[in-house]
Design a protein around this ligand. Structure first.
Ligand code: F6P
Length: 469
């Protein structure tokens, strides 16, 4: 196999195998963010093709070298659905749902992480740079360092890193920290996440931290410095700007408004169907606004795109039932033959349709209870080339650190959320423009290219410093 100078290692490949044996884009913000970076880098991407028991040889796809990792049905159940998405995911999102600590899941996590590490070690050229992604692969940096000390290793954590009091619940808290510290640079979304990580390292491993540096003793008695720092991720803003200017997409936005019966205001939520996203809180607030007569069904419609996600994990099944029950109740109480209160879409859409929805929506609701970044907020802002529209944004989403001109809310405060929705619905165009322009400037200046450039520059710097030792 040809060796690569630059290797991305992520749980998923950028494409998933579909039922007809073809390939389709994988879900989630991680793939959306890394794909443009990879296309330019001409490297290899190690990841899972999204279905159990698929053994596929490495292949070239759309200018990228893809190296598929086979996961058995047991691996999917124990490593992906179990440890990744029923232990780490809820724990790292402030235990919104109770994490389950199962020893068999942990064993599978070690095993699968070591297979990813071996595959990356096999494909990386001497002295190559390897960039490991996200919480499913926290042990890979150290495993890879043991296999290939010549590599420069980065790790980016796409989700929150929890406060120490929560993190310390994890029975394998030391091993996970040691796994991550195998990286030369450990990137986080928010300054607070990097701070939580450094605190956990000090408390659990008794290592010394200074500014962003962590002194990591090596088996040979030397000390290596790992950098733990915030690098807020972003989107390819130009892609959204270009799509938002296409006449057919603008026409589609008009058509969406017409299909919804020309309500005065359209509210929009776009999320994976995940309990971290605060969809229940959003529906509660909107339902109460209808109940108390502040809005009417002919006046305001909420479009909720909730794309299917992790459908075999109990907490996700329960969430789906709850959301669908609540949507059914609201619609049953308020729909007319010509208007719907909530247009609920349990589907995933291509980017073109998403941009049309963003253009059609007067108000974007991002009510996450905890979210690493929330790229949907940035996509909405980038798409509003007309400087219109209002973003209602949870302070618990990473994007809140950057998008200061959004209407900031605490999703747990239902009255506050209702007030923000009313304020957004009634906001004069001049104020919309002022807020939107300032957010657009930020998203354009801090796009995904800048994110990867800054991360990789920090990584390059550690390589230069290492060679001086
Ligand atoms: O950003 C968090 C994340 O888990 C990514 O790693 C992933 O791409 C996305 O959400 C979608 O989740 P999943 O891969 O479990 O469908």
């Amino acid at each position: 196999m040809t060796e690569a100078e630059f290797v991305v290692v992520a749980n998923r490949l950028p494409v998933d195998r579909d039922d007809d044996g073809g390939w389709r884009s994988s879900p989630g913000g991680l793939v959306a963010a890394l794909e443009p970076v990879m296309r330019k880098a001409d490297g290899a991407w190690v990841g899972w093709p999204g279905k159990a028991d698929l053994e596929i040889a490495p292949f070239d796809f759309d200018g990228m070298r893809l190296v598929p990792i086979m996961l058995t049905a047991d691996d999917v159940e124990l490593y992906y659905e179990g440890f990744s998405n029923d232990t780490i995911w809820p724990l790292y999102h402030d235990v919104i749902s109770a994490p389950r600590y199962r020893r068999a899941w942990w064993d599978a996590y070690i095993d699968v992480n070591s297979r990813f590490a071996r595959a990356a070690a096999d494909v990386a050229a001497p002295g190559a740079t390897v960039w490991v992604q996200d919480y499913q692969l926290q042990l890979v940096p150290q495993m890879l360092r043991e296999l290939r000390p010549d590599l420069t290793i980065g790790y980016f954590h796409h989700i929150p890193f929890p406060a120490y009091g929560l993190y310390s619940q994890l029975p394998w808290r030391k091993q996970v920290l040691e796994g991550l510290l195998g990286a030369d640079v450990i990137g986080f979304q928010r300054v607070a996440d990097a701070g939580n990580f450094a605190r956990a390292v000090r408390r659990q491993l008794h290592l010394e931290t200074k500014a962003s540096g962590i002194r990591v003793p090596q088996p040979d008695g030397t000390v290596r410095v790992s950098l733990a720092k915030a690098f807020p991720i972003s989107i390819d803003a130009d892609v959204y700007i270009e799509l938002a200017q296409r006449p057919e997409i603008r026409e589609r936005a008009r058509q969406i408004r017409a299909e919804l019966g020309h309500p005065r205001r359209i509210l929009l939520g776009v999320d994976r169907l995940d309990y971290t996203k605060g969809i229940r809180h959003r529906l509660k607030a909107f339902g109460e606004l209808l109940d108390d007569g502040t809005v009417t069904v002919t006046d305001v419609t909420l479009v909720q795109v909730a794309s299917p996600s992790r459908e075999r994990v109990d907490a996700y099944m329960q969430l789906r039932d709850e959301i669908e029950l609540r949507v059914g109740r609201i619609n049953g109480d308020y729909d007319t033959t010509g208007h719907t209160a909530v247009r609920y879409l349990h589907q995933a859409y291509p980017r073109e349709e998403m941009v049309a929805l963003y253009l059609a929506a007067d108000v974007m609701l991002v009510t996450a209870l905890r979210d690493g970044m929330n790229l949907v907020a940035k996509e909405y802002v980038a798409s509003r080339v007309d400087n219109r529209g209002v973003l209602v944004l949870s302070e618990f989403a990473g994007a809140a650190d950057e998008l200061g001109s959004a209407l900031r809310i605490n999703p747990h405060d239902i009255d506050g959320l209702k007030q923000a929705i009313v304020q957004a619905i009634e906001m004069p165009p001049a104020e919309q423009g002022r807020r939107m322009r300032s957010m657009r400037r930020r998203v354009r200046e801090h796009d995904v290219e800048k994110w990867s450039r800054e991360f990789l520059r920090a990584l390059e710097k550690t390589r230069a410093e290492r060679s001086k030792w």
